[in-house]
Design a protein around this ligand. Structure first.
Ligand code: TRP
Length: 328
């Protein structure tokens, strides 16, 4: 069966855009392929210098992944640092990629240009090597990624090909695939930008754990436009269209179909808010139950990391043997 790996960094809280745009498609797709989902805490370490933050956000993210419906018996949900093979293969990857290749990574250049004069960890530079290790450890066939990550998959392929050439056929060559299309969810205060937690105005972003009253308030304040026609037209009416997109995604309909039900913005905002509350309420409930039961969460993550380790340790062994390291 095709093996698929998606990873997510435990930085910040999950919002409606993450859910409708990506997580929901993970849940829907979990039975079709052999899916592995890594919470990549070691990647987040490249930009973390505070004590006691990462573990907490890792646990919260895990609870959210299970709460939205990833089934631990079907999908392999694991924490990167629970699978030590990531660090081990990461070093091998660092020795298989060149300084020049890493220097050409546009994400590194973007990130460091914003950190001028500040501490820039070497990990930020070698990050693509760690990521290559993540991917190659699982004999991954497909990596669903957005455009910002394509270069990292490309370098992973280059590393795998180089390693196989140097040391003999060891790694499966992965492919970047376009993720199953989720809904388009824009910032409620700035409907031409994607919903994001780093938004200027907090009210533009609906968090998964927002209280129903907060959600309703955010939708009531959503930016629309000055005429009053409800019509799905992303270019001319981005605010209204974004509400229609969200309402459609929350109710399993199409935006133009939903548009036909409305003649005024008020009811559209209200119904979209209510549909989102109805969609998120059971998730919030499951999340609350799970986060209160640390033992159960730890058990679920252990199941995941054991399954992950079974694959990862075999791959690492294969790589060490191919290199010809003296085995203990
Ligand atoms: N670099 C990815 C991001 O920032 C996260 C990531 C780490 C990843 N390892 C991965 C994605 C392996 C896909 C496969 O979003």
């Amino acid at each position: 069966m095709t093996r698929v790996l998606s990873c997510i960094q435990p930085t910040g809280e999950v919002h409606l855009g993450n859910y409708l745009g990506a997580l929901r498609t993970w849940v829907a797709g979990q039975h079709d392929k052999d899916v592995f989902h890594g919470i990549v805490d070691l990647h987040a370490l490249t930009v973390t210098d505070q004590s006691g933050v990462l573990g907490d956000s890792t646990l919260k993210l895990a609870a959210m992944l299970f709460a939205v419906g990833l089934d631990p018996d079907v999908a392999t949900v694991f924490v990167q640092s629970h699978v030590p093979e990531h660090s081990q293969l990461g070093w091998v990857m660092e020795c298989t990629v060149s300084y020049g290749e890493l220097s050409r990574m546009t994400q590194f250049k973007d990130k460091t240009s914003k950190l001028e004069g500040q501490f820039i960890s070497a990990g930020l530079f070698t990050y693509p090597a760690l990521q290559a290790g993540d991917i190659l450890l699982y004999d991954t066939n497909e990596v669903p990624v957005g455009d910002d990550q394509r270069q990292h998959i490309e370098i992973t392929r280059d590393i795998a090909i180089r390693f196989n050439h140097r040391f003999g056929d060891t790694f499966v060559i992965p492919e970047a695939v376009t993720p199953a299309a989720g809904a388009r969810v824009m910032d409620l205060q700035d409907p031409t930008s994607k919903m994001s937690k780093s938004t200027v105005t907090e009210s533009g972003c609906v968090m998964m754990l927002d209280d129903p009253s907060v959600i309703m308030k955010k939708f009531k304040r959503a930016v629309t436009d000055s005429d009053s026609e409800v019509r799905y037209d992303v270019a001319a009416k981005p605010g209204v269209s974004s509400l229609l997109d969200i309402l459609a995604a929350a109710t399993g309909r199409t935006p133009s179909d939903v548009a036909a039900d409305y003649t005024q913005y008020g009811p559209l905002k209200n119904d979209t808010g209510e549909a989102v509350v109805a969609l998120l309420e059971p998730i919030r409930q499951r999340y609350t139950d799970l986060i209160a039961d640390r033992a159960e969460l730890a058990r679920l993550l252990q199941v995941g990391s054991e399954r992950a380790r079974a694959v990862a340790s075999a791959t690492l062994d294969r790589a060490y043997d191919a290199i010809g390291l003296l085995r203990a």
